[in-house]
Design a protein around this ligand. Sequence first.
Ligand code: GDP
Length: 194
Amino acid sequence: MQIKSAEFIKGAARPEGYPSDNLPEIAFAGRSNVGKSSLINVLVNRRGLVRTSATPGRTQMLNFFSVNEQFTLVDLPGFGFAKVPLAVKKDWGIMARTYLENRANLKAVILLFDIRRVPRDEELQLLDWLEELDIPTIPVITKVDKVSRNRRGAQMRPILEATGLPQEAFSFFSALTREGREDILQRIEVALAC
Ligand code: GDP
């Protein structure tokens, strides 16, 4: 897929604020710092389009980005900040769940896992929801440049165990080397066509 344009449309916390067009959507979800902003920026070739979530804001939102004026990327708020009050964590769950349950034009969710971390409750919760709601999931391993190729298999073991997914289900991505960009774009294209 060729990316011709990418631009920020709007942020929204509730369904009333979601864009009213019916363009197909691909959403991105992951723990804060997993490399979600970096992945989206590399996919659309726009350094700085999505800003990093370095500070756990209290007003978390879903951010919508239009690509090629043909489809929309949706950046779900990052989760798993250590020092966030429980109420904000609960808000995150409600916001994500509301979006996943109600968005008819959602085609797939790209769920990110850091190659160096064992998935925790939030990732596994999300996986469960996606399965329950029958939403196609594209699992992506980020920051693969941090681990040598021959350590990859061993590094994947706890991730495969926790998620119950086979290794072939995952795309491997590095924002540094851009490894995996084409593969992920292709999977997005397939999801958009369904
Ligand atoms: P977000 O919070 O999930 O949006 O994560 P960011 O995209 O802001 O990335 C968090 C940190 O990880 C930043 O310091 C990035 O430079 C770094 N990072 C993101 N992706 C990669 C990657 O593929 N390789 C390496 N080595 N660092 C990465």
